[in-house]
Design a binder for this molecule. Structure first.
Ligand code: C2O
Length: 606
């Protein structure tokens, strides 16, 4: 593609909001330039080279109104291949802009540019954007807010506050071993908070100033790679009004559970007595015998603007971690980090709000899939190998129905192959309707290596995909298994929202569990958390032609292969078919020429 001249953009990391040109119908074209580069940041007494957009962490916010068009010029000044995915944006008839390397586009090479163009119509609420290359989304991410054109169905807040939960990695992410390493801290809006210090110097925390009696809309995003988080603010309650940019019937709670990829919009009324209150984000994890990672809590502070009055007494009375010293903010009481019932109940309490944008749950089902999620192992070489603790013959992978995703070795993105109907599409292997074996999926003894588990462990690698006729109603039951670990799985589908009909513990039982389905007002999300040792049933309409990534949003499950491609075929008309690639889209011949000239370090081969 032609490279654009961006003299200002290249020199300053300040305002990249280039122009908002009003169109006749009241919609606008919102244009941004994202310069991806490496900068040094210092936390925990270590200087780390981080890959960020426009020098910021979190990156720049995109703020648009429903119906607007978005243009983002990505200038890749980093040494890594890059793509940006607009998480939750449906990209209707525009799969080309979905930002998945070698699926929808060639990665953007170092020192190259790429322009994303898409509309945000028929959606409103909080979404986000992130790099869709291994690991780098830990630092290449930002909010993506779509404002309603005709007002939101809740009280107008005094202020809107993004709360991006993330991680700080002191290691250079490019060299992180995806099976063995952990982040060094959790963050709120890029800040580690005062629970972290090195050589006595406390890390700065996020501060939210509030005025007594005012209402705030928190737009909470989990941009972390590894964990679901519990979020609390001492002395305050949340009223959840939306999740994944879909309205929720107002649900009041003192705790929010949010898994990687998900967003939650919640109103908070500053109705406590003026003072200072900790906001705490705690990552949760399965208990032993699952492997235990360090518990990295982060906290920020909610402080009242006229915080000089009677705050003290109130704090003491508030108990729960409050201190007799007026300087110490009140702490919320956090649950045990192994308590996954809190997540289960939080999700079970969400129902969708009756709203003009809300579509009814389709009653008919055209395709049914039952997908097990877990770990498995493949032989590094050949068909058979020793498996176990003392051998490196095998490789642990993550699977869906016992197959681990592997991109075929092709030089053309699959969407191009699909559009031009080339033979590369024959390299895909069909995702089966059901797992190859039925066993007690949630048998906890499968976590530890043993004869029972060893029988179930062998797996294969393939470019796993499933085709759906245009308009097909698909029901998927995701079943988390206990194979080698008992984690939950935040499953994300690109290009579509899913009706979340029901969740449960243990093994899904078709006869018994259908009775639990909410077919009236289920929540609608792009990322659904499949509970640990449990299942979730979702339904969606495959009405967006293209190739859509469907994967676990835990980074390590993703890089280990818990991925499948959902291919939605064209419908009968032009308005139900994938259009041709955009005019300035890099076609493969041109790209391969570029690639030859560029020598680049690669992360995990992408
Ligand atoms: Cu938020 Cu495929 O990702």
């Amino acid at each position: 593609m032609k490279s654009r001249s961006l003299p200002l953009a290249a020199t300053t990391a300040a305002i990249f909001f280039l122009s908002v040109a009003a169109l006749s119908v009241g919609t606008a074209v919102v244009e941004h330039t994202f310069v991806v580069s490496q900068v040094n940041m210092t936390h925990l007494c270590r200087e780390t080279l981080v890959t960020v957009v426009n020098g910021q962490l979190p990156g720049p916010a995109i703020d648009v109104t429903e119906g607007d068009s978005v243009v983002v010029h990505v200038v890749n000044k980093s040494p890594y291949n890059m793509t940006i995915h607009w998480h939750g944006v449906k990209q209707r008839l525009n799969c080309w802009a979905d930002g998945v390397p070698m699926i929808t586009q060639h990665p953007i090479l170092p020192d190259h540019n790429f322009t994303y163009r898409f509309d945000v119509s028929g959606q409103e609420g909080t979404l986000w954007w992130h790099a869709h290359v291994p690991l780098l989304r830990a630092t290449v991410h930002g909010t993506f807010i779509i404002r309603p054109r005709h007002g939101a169905p809740f009280l107008k807040p005094h202020k809107e506050i993004p709360i991006v939960i993330g991680e700080w990695w002191v290691e250079d992410l490019a060299f992180v071993d995806t099976t063995a390493e952990y982040n060094s801290a959790s963050t709120i809006n890029g800040k580690l908070g005062d629970l972290y210090n090195c050589s006595g110097a406390m890390e700065e925390g996020y501060k939210l100033d509030v005025e007594p009696g005012k209402i705030y809309l928190l737009r909470v995003i989990n941009a972390a790679l590894l964990s679901e988080y519990y979020l609390k603010i001492a002395g305050h309650k949340f009223t959840v009004v939306a999740a994944d940019a879909n309205y929720i019937s107002p649900y009041t709670t003192d705790i929010i559970a949010i898994a990687p990829g998900q967003t939650v919009d919640a109103l908070v009324v500053a109705d406590a007595s003026p003072g200072r209150y900790y906001m705490i984000a705690l990552p949760n994890q399965p208990p032993k015998p699952d492997f235990q990672s360090p518990v990295l809590v982060t906290r920020g502070i909610v402080q009242y603007s006229n915080n000089h009055s009677s705050g003290h007494d109130e704090l003491v009375r508030g108990g729960a971690g409050g201190s007799s010293s007026g300087d110490v903010p009140m702490s919320p009481e956090m649950p045990d980090n192994h308590d996954n019932m809190i997540s289960f109940y939080f999700r079970g309490n969400l129902t969708s709000l009756h709203h003009p944008r809300h579509l009814p749950v389709p009653g008919r089902i055209d395709e049914r899939l039952f997908i097990t999620l877990g770990l498995g192992s493949v032989c590094r070489q050949g068909q058979s190998c020793k498996r176990g603790d003392n051998t490196t013959d095998n490789l642990i992978v993550a699977t869906m129905n016992n197959v681990s995703f592997q991109l075929p070795t092709v030089s053309t993105p699959l969407l191009e192959a699909h559009y031009y109907n080339t033979s590369n599409m024959e390299l895909l292997q069909e995702l089966p309707d059901v797992p190859p074996r039925v066993f007690n999926f949630t048998d906890l003894s499968l976590i530890q290596t043993g004869p029972k588990e060893k029988k179930l462990e062998p797996t294969s690698k393939a470019a796993l995909a499933r085709r759906f006729r245009y308009g097909a109603v698909v029901e998927v039951v995701f079943q988390s298994t206990a194979l080698m670990q008992s984690d939950s799985n935040p499953m994300h589908l690109h290009g579509h929202d899913m009706f979340v009909l029901a969740q449960g513990h243990g093994n899904y039982d078709m006869v018994r569990d259908v009775a639990k389905y909410n077919l009236v007002n289920p929540p609608v999300t792009n990322t659904v958390l499949v509970p640990r040792l449990g299942w979730v049933a979702v339904r969606f309409v495959a009405d967006n032609p293209g190739i859509w990534y469907m994967h676990c949003h835990y980074e390590f499950h993703l890089t280990m292969g818990m991925v499948a491609l959902f291919i939605v075929e064209d419908g009968p008309t032009e308005s139900t078919s994938l259009p041709s690639p955009p005019v300035d889209f890099l076609v493969s011949d041109e790209y391969n020429l570029q690639n030859e000239k560029t020598k680049l370090p690669q992360i995990n081969g992408i």
